[in-house]
Design a protein around this ligand. Structure first.
Ligand code: FAD
Length: 822
């Protein structure tokens, strides 16, 4: 017994030190002291001596740093140099661009919640609020999505004018250049509001404010370029586009075959150094109407007119539309969401060096410029557009499900529909929190490379899930396209957001964990960077520090993961209030599990992990769900811990934890080195998988929130355009919703009498009169039922067309005939 006690005491001391991340020295002192005290007290002298010898054998070589470096770190450094995957220049640039924010804490296995919770609450300025309530509100009132998507396949001229006049294209351009100089949060709010009315308008406004000429000029442009272009871009005098993608380079954008050759050419009688450009770009947003084309190409300098190098690398230029030979103006047709999008081509076009963004010294720096700017734009544009879309799904589907009656009941009351409504409400809560978090990160000056990928992927994927659920809840109403259908086009256009700015499969399988693991990990990047140090001693010292930090980190995560697993994450200090404390503890647990698995996977598979996309996708999912859950908790704190929001928070949180568990389990189960997988399974899931998806009861509460007016629903609908204008069916439905709810008890009385055969009349109006006469309902109740029935009829109606209306005004044959005649 005394032997067992002594061994147990030494193990507990070791475990406690690992759990709390004590230093090696503290561990050695604590473990030796505990072994001595317990050994002496329990008279287990022999055990005590054996344990002390083991402890000293571990502690002494590790604490004597010169010995440790020579005997342990030096051979490991050699091995590490051999197994570390060679990063391509592209990957190196991607890894170095951007900053690390709270996602780094999630990778630490022991998140410092104070770092998240002490961040200031993101707020709009008075000027930004006025813009939302003024020009944005007015613009939303002008958007008729059917006219845009079906009749014109474009925004109407007055909308284009309005957008330019009110500087919607200049939200990110500072005031000194005539732009609006808005915060990222305001930029996001504007896009969200526009997206509730028209994906075409939101995409059109998003592009010039995202990755494109303005963003690139702001960071890298010469003063001359900034002073010329930025004021013109701000007021829409110049319409920009940015052309990177082509037929042979989509996701793998660095492989663009488009090229430029530095050469001399006589221009207006003067010999000018410039570039001969050859390019074939496609899918370029705003290209058909662009007046200035941002172009990415590989630049060669065979005559060494710029310097020694021949292959300068990816380079960015701004070509005016008037550039002779520029082929531009034709359109693609992205899934009936007709924002301007088309190809741009050029063969042996001459462009002077002054067109290079930032001037000739920036030639060859194009990829870095793009990657650095991408994270900022990607954190805002697509997540905001998706968030606007899902907010409108809440408003539209929540109201419709309450109005549409089948089997004598609102369809929202059927459990099957309730399930879909719960997903719509819960995932919208999560998506909104995620969008807000990435916008806030940009406003804090971060370049959130990893969170922007998380936000892009999850906001658009959840947008896809919610759009599908919204369609199902509406049934035929959402299938029949026409001016009355507010859901069909949104559903149709979802794959666009899934594809652009990093197609989602690649974003999930390659980028989130791939970048996150190396960028956010407290030691991996340091170890990799140590390899690049030229001086051997400095290299070894730096590697040694990182390596032993890393080993301690790994042991700590294994202990934390196991301890938090066996205790059901019910111990330890945690942030939050009585309601949310358990949520923070769960996040602590899975943060430790993520850190443990990430280390183990990287340590065992090394460079091969890069090609095990199914494993890294799952670990990326874990990081994403932890990030999203943290963003929701921050939002809950920022909004004053509203009790009314708790069902939404709880639903979305449990969904995230359930998905976290399944992703971790999937990664461990499919890990190819089985003994390692078994060990990980014990450490991460000591009692098996205990997380459960949100309960049906919780789902019912969420469905109730989104189908009736209330403060939690209002917060979900923040920045949605709900003014009941003629062009806004969902706004008008929401205006009617209180009456629909007030009519429900009256309908029950009326329905009961109807079922009992109390009325002789066959039509509704006649039955209402009879009901009033019989005292079943009073006159004001009858008026309410009549008003609601008429109102609801408008919303359950669909469009029908004269067959001629559905024919395209001009066919390919007509065009061919015109061309032949010409
Ligand atoms: C409507 C629209 C607007 C656009 N606007 C612009 C614009 O303004 N400017 C511009 O330059 N480009 C633009 N694009 C291009 C867009 O960024 C590309 O479509 C995108 O990069 C994907 O390229 P791709 O379509 O050729 O798909 P591909 O690269 O052919 O990919 C096909 C599939 O393979 C997957 N995949 C590829 N590589 C990997 C990998 N390593 N691991 C896992 N999966 C992988 C992708 O995720 C995708 O699912 C736009 C595209 C569209 C559709």
């Amino acid at each position: 017994m005394s032997v067992l006690l002594t061994v147990l005491a030494a193990l507990i001391a070791t475990g406690a030190c690992a759990y709390h991340r004590s230093s090696l020295r503290t561990w050695a002192i604590a473990t030796i002291a505990v072994t001595l005290v317990v050994g002496l007290l329990t008279h287990a002298r022999a055990t005590m001596v054996v344990l002390l010898i083991i402890e000293l054998l571990i502690a002494v070589p590790l604490l004597v740093v010169p010995f440790r470096r020579k005997q342990i770190s030096a051979p490991l450094l050699k091995m590490f140099a051999r197994v570390t995957p060679k990063l391509s220049a592209t990957e190196q640039t991607a890894l170095e661009a951007g900053t690390v924010g709270f996602e780094g804490e999630l990778f630490s296995g022991k998140p410092a919640w104070q770092n998240l919770l002490s961040q200031p609450r993101p707020e709009l300025s008075a000027e930004e609020k006025a813009f939302l309530d003024g020009p944005v509100e007015q613009l939303c009132g002008m958007l008729d999505d059917w006219q845009i998507t079906h009749e014109l396949a474009d925004l109407p001229p007055e909308v284009w004018e309005f957008i330019k006049k009110h500087k919607f294209f200049g939200m990110i351009i500072p005031k000194q250049y005539g732009g609006l100089g808005f915060s990222a949060l305001a930029h996001s709010a504007v896009l969200q509001k526009l997206a509730t009315m028209s994906a075409t308008a939101a995409s059109t406004v998003a592009v010039p404010n995202s990755l494109g000429p303005a963003e690139l000029l702001l960071h890298y442009g010469s003063d001359e370029q900034k002073n010329f272009y930025l004021p013109r871009l701000a007021v829409g005098e110049e319409i920009p586009c940015f052309a990177l993608t082509g037929p042979y380079a989509g996701s793998d954008a660095t492989s663009i075959p488009d090229y430029g050759t530095v050469c001399r050419q006589v221009v207006d009688g003067v010999e000018t150094i410039g570039m001969k450009l050859n390019f074939d770009k496609r899918y370029i947003t705003l290209a058909p109407i662009a007046t200035v084309v941002g172009l990415a190409f590989r630049l060669y300098d065979p005559e060494h007119l710029l310097g020694d190098k021949e292959d300068l690398g990816i380079t960015l230029a701004l070509l005016p539309r008037s550039t002779p030979g520029l082929e531009i103006g034709r359109r693609h047709f992205p899934l009936n969401v007709p924002f301007q999008n088309g190809p741009v081509r050029g063969k042996d076009i001459f462009a002077p060096l002054s067109t290079l963004i930032g001037g000739p010294h920036m030639a060859g720096h194009g990829w870095r410029m793009l990657v650095e700017c991408l994270s900022v734009g990607r954190a805002i544009s697509l997540p905001s557009n998706a968030t606007g879309g899902v907010r409108m799904a809440v408003a539209g589907t929540g109201a419709y499900a309450r109005m549409r009656k089948q089997f004598g009941l609102a369809v929202a009351r059927f459990e099957g529909v309730e399930e879909a409504l719960a997903r719509i409400g819960g995932l919208t809560y999560a998506t909104a929190a995620l969008s807000r978090a990435t916008a806030a990160a940009v406003d804090r000056g971060e370049k959130p490379a990893v969170p922007s990928a998380i936000a892009k992927y999850h906001a658009t994927e959840w947008g896809r899930a919610i759009a599908g659920d919204a369609m199902d809840v509406h049934g035929g109403k959402a299938v029949q396209l026409g001016p009355k259908n507010y859901a069909g086009r949104a559903w149709q256009g979802v794959p666009i957001a899934i594809t652009v700015e990093g197609a989602n499969i690649m974003t999930r399988s390659l980028m989130i964990f791939g970048q996150g693991a190396i960028r956010c990990h407290p030691y991996v990047l340091k170890e990799m960077q140590a390899l690049a140090i030229a001086d051997y001693h400095e290299r070894l010292n730096t590697f040694d520090r990182a390596l032993f930090g890393h080993i301690g980190f790994g042991i700590s995560n294994a202990v934390r993961s196991f301890v938090l697993g066996i205790t059901g994450a019910s111990i330890g200090a945690a942030a939050g209030d009585a309601y949310t404390r358990r949520y923070y503890r769960k996040l602590n647990r899975y943060s430790a599990a993520l850190a443990l698995c990430a280390d183990t996977f990287m340590g065992v598979l090394g460079g091969k992990l890069k090609f095990k996309e199914k494993l890294s996708a799952r670990l990326g999912d874990v990081l994403s769900y932890l990030y999203i859950a943290s963003a929701m908790l921050k939002r809950y704190e920022d909004t004053g811990r509203p009790e009314a929001d708790r069902p939404l928070l709880a639903w979305a949180f449990h969904e995230c934890m359930w998905r976290t568990q399944m992703a971790l389990d999937g990664a461990i189960r499919n890990f190819p080195v089985r003994p390692v997988a078994w060990l990980l399974h014990v450490l991460v899931f000591p009692f098996g998988r205990r997380e459960v998806p949100p309960s049906d009861r919780l789902g019912r509460r969420v469905a109730a929130i989104i189908t009736a007016p209330g403060e939690a629903r209002d917060r979900l609908l923040e920045w949605a355009y709900l003014t009941p204008t003629a062009n806004n069916t969902v706004g008008r439905m929401n205006q009617l919703l209180p009456d629909v709810i007030a009519a429900e008890p009256v309908e029950r009385k009326f329905g009961k009498a109807q079922k009992a055969g109390q009325f002789t009349s066959r039509d509704y109006a006649g039955q209402l009169d009879e009901a009033v006469r019989a005292g079943v309902i009073d006159a004001s109740e009858a008026a309410l039922l009549k008003r609601v029935r008429e109102g609801v009829f408008e919303f359950i109606s669909v469009d029908d067309f004269n067959p001629e209306e559905l024919r395209s005004a001009i066919t390919r044959n007509d065009l061919k005939k015109l061309a032949d005649a010409a």
